[in-house]
Design a protein around this ligand. Structure first.
Ligand code: IFG
Length: 544
């Protein structure tokens, strides 16, 4: 109260100035001293005024601290500049997020001029280059929070920063909610920052996929790679080849009921991701990892016989018949329907572990499939074995195991997505006691997942050769959302920071403190995370 009174006390004339000084010394000063010692009616607020201590992940590029506070109250309005439907939709997303975080129900309105006090203001600037495709500037003042960006995607990324300064599911009576004042200037280091989910070894329902996409959105990732087919299951409806799902989608690792996405469900997943400025990258793995397709159509097999459905976890035993023309008709039909469902630029064709494909057949096969993908206006991504094919500077190769192939890709002008299994595979056990996961590549503790840099990870590959980073989660041993959360959290936060934050601003000692302070959020969000002993988990947040 005292502070408020000081701020609005107008001094106009000498007489008034004299009276003012008198009043200050005889009345306000003693009151201010008393109030600073005891609560003055208003609830004692431990006001967080240090924006640099907001424990944000990914760490922003730059933070300027202003050491005061914006108080978010129920009377606040989310104003968007102009009439853009897209910006109003993002405003509504923000309002929905604030509702679940604070219990406050803030209206969204468009405005032509700067709003009044106590509000949010979302502004997409004309010039996009200032912040790039996904960058933003967040100005938090005592009486107005303004989020600028060159694109709606940048606004969406900046909203995630605001989210992390608020509780997860407080009640409006816990307000007012404090945002420390200052300015954040931010933008990503890499343009491709993603995670993969293998829905073939074990199938996951649409709502689990949407939750996975929410995880990526919260940490500013922008690519969701979905591994739709493998030996154990074909998971996407292809209307011209209905048996792929009718038969090939029947089961999964361990022999349980499998499942698949209808094209309508898949389109729903794509829209959910798009609304969060996340590109879906669908993968149809070939010519290896194709037992589910081969079991569904005898004609796809060189010997004309369909194998049994497979529910084990071996790899490298299956191959499409690269010498049969029907194989390429099949692939063209699949990619035609998949491309029509994929607004993003990429189709991933796998190409890994094709041990049953003759070497002399593999390269012509990949080259021909690359032509089919490009015929449909998409860019091919392949696991690192595809670096042996005829690539160009439009091609993208995903490093997972073979650094020689990565170098080969770079030599052909292709870009790399860095997913080294011994650093980025989230199906790797944390250590030998982890009940889930594998360890053929490495045990990957939380520090190891963080302590690497895509631009210097291997000789011959520099920052310019790297499109970005992706953390795959293979599901041989992962069967439900809780198990996904256990393998993904907390390592996902580190991958998100590696993809976003400049490497010179990253160090494990500082990161682990910020990570530890995220524990409360993770628990409040019901996330079943791995409680690494290497992280100083926030008091009270430690799971019992
Ligand atoms: N390698 C296989 C995956 C999966 C994985 C499990 C790739 C590209 C081992 N291929 O990783 O299908 O089985 O960690």
């Amino acid at each position: 109260m005292a502070a408020y009174y000081f701020r609005t006390f107008p001094a106009k004339t000498d007489r008034m100035r004299h009276n003012k000084t008198n009043f200050l010394i005889t009345t306000l000063l003693p009151l201010a001293i008393m109030c600073s010692l005891f609560s003055c009616g208003e609830k004692e607020e431990k006001i967080a005024t240090n924006l640099a201590a907001a424990n944000l992940i990914p760490q922003p590029v730059s933070i300027t601290v202003d050491s005061s506070a914006f108080r978010l109250k129920g009377s606040a309005i989310i104003f968007v500049q102009g009439e853009s439907e897209e910006l109003l939709r993002i405003g509504q997303y923000f309002s929905d997020m604030l509702k679940s975080a604070t219990g406050l129900n803030l209206p969204v309105k468009s405005t032509a001029e700067v709003p009044g006090k106590g509000n949010f203001y979302l502004v997409v600037l004309e010039e996009r280059n200032v912040h790039g495709e996904e960058g933003y500037q967040l100005d938090i003042k005592e009486d107005l929070v303004t989020l600028y960006a060159g694109t709606p995607a940048g606004i969406f990324r900046g909203i995630q920063t605001i989210r992390q300064m608020l509780p997860i599911n407080a009640d409006k009576t816990d307000g007012p909610f404090i945002l420390p004042t200052g300015t954040i200037q931010d933008k990503p280091t890499y343009s491709y920052r993603g995670a993969m989910l293998d829905v073939s070894r074990h199938f996951f329902q649409v709502e689990d996929i949407k939750r996975y996409i929410d995880f990526l959105a919260e940490y500013k990732m922008n690519a969701f790679h979905i591994h739709l087919s493998d030996d154990q299951g074909w998971r996407i409806e292809i209307k011209k080849w209905p048996n792929l799902t009718a038969h090939g989608g029947k089961t999964q690792v361990g022999g349980g009921k499998g499942g698949f996405y209808t094209q309508e469900q898949y389109a729903d997943i794509v829209k959910y991701a798009q609304d969060r400025y996340i590109t879906v990258v669908p993968e149809i793995d070939m010519p290896g990892h194709t037992n589910a397709a081969l079991a569904s159509y005898p004609e796809l097999n060189c010997n004309g016989k369909a194998p049994e459905l497979y529910t084990g976890t071996e790899v490298g035993f299956s191959t499409l018949c690269s010498s049969k023309e029907i194989t390429y008709q099949f692939i063209d039909d699949v990619i035609t329907e998949l491309a029509a469902l994929t607004p993003g630029p990429f189709i991933h064709i796998g190409g890994d572990e094709s041990h049953a494909t003759k070497k002399e057949d593999y390269l012509p096969f990949v080259n021909r499939v690359k032509g089919i993908v490009e015929k449909h206006g998409k860019t091919m991504i392949g696991w690192d074995e595809t670096a042996q094919a005829d690539l160009n500077n439009q091609s993208v190769v995903q490093l997972w195991a073979n650094e020689d192939f990565a170098k080969m890709a770079v030599a052909k002008g292709a870009q790399l997505i860095m997913s080294p299994a011994k650093k980025a595979y989230m199906d790797m056990q944390y250590d030998s006691t982890t009940k889930l996961g594998l360890h053929w590549a490495a045990y990957i503790e939380v520090d190891s997942a963080y302590l690497w840099d895509p631009a210097t990870y291997m000789p011959g590959v520099g920052k310019d050769n790297v499109l970005g980073i992706e953390a795959p989660l293979w599901s041989e041993t992962v069967t439900n959302l809780d198990e996904i959360e256990y393998m993904v959290f907390p390592r996902l936060l580190g991958y998100a920071e590696i993809g976003w934050t400049p490497v010179e601003k990253r160090n494990w000692e500082a990161y682990k403190v910020r990570l530890g302070k995220q524990a409360g959020r993770l628990r409040a969000d019901g996330i079943d995370y791995y409680e690494s002993k290497l992280v100083p988990w926030e008091e009270g947040a430690v799971k019992n």
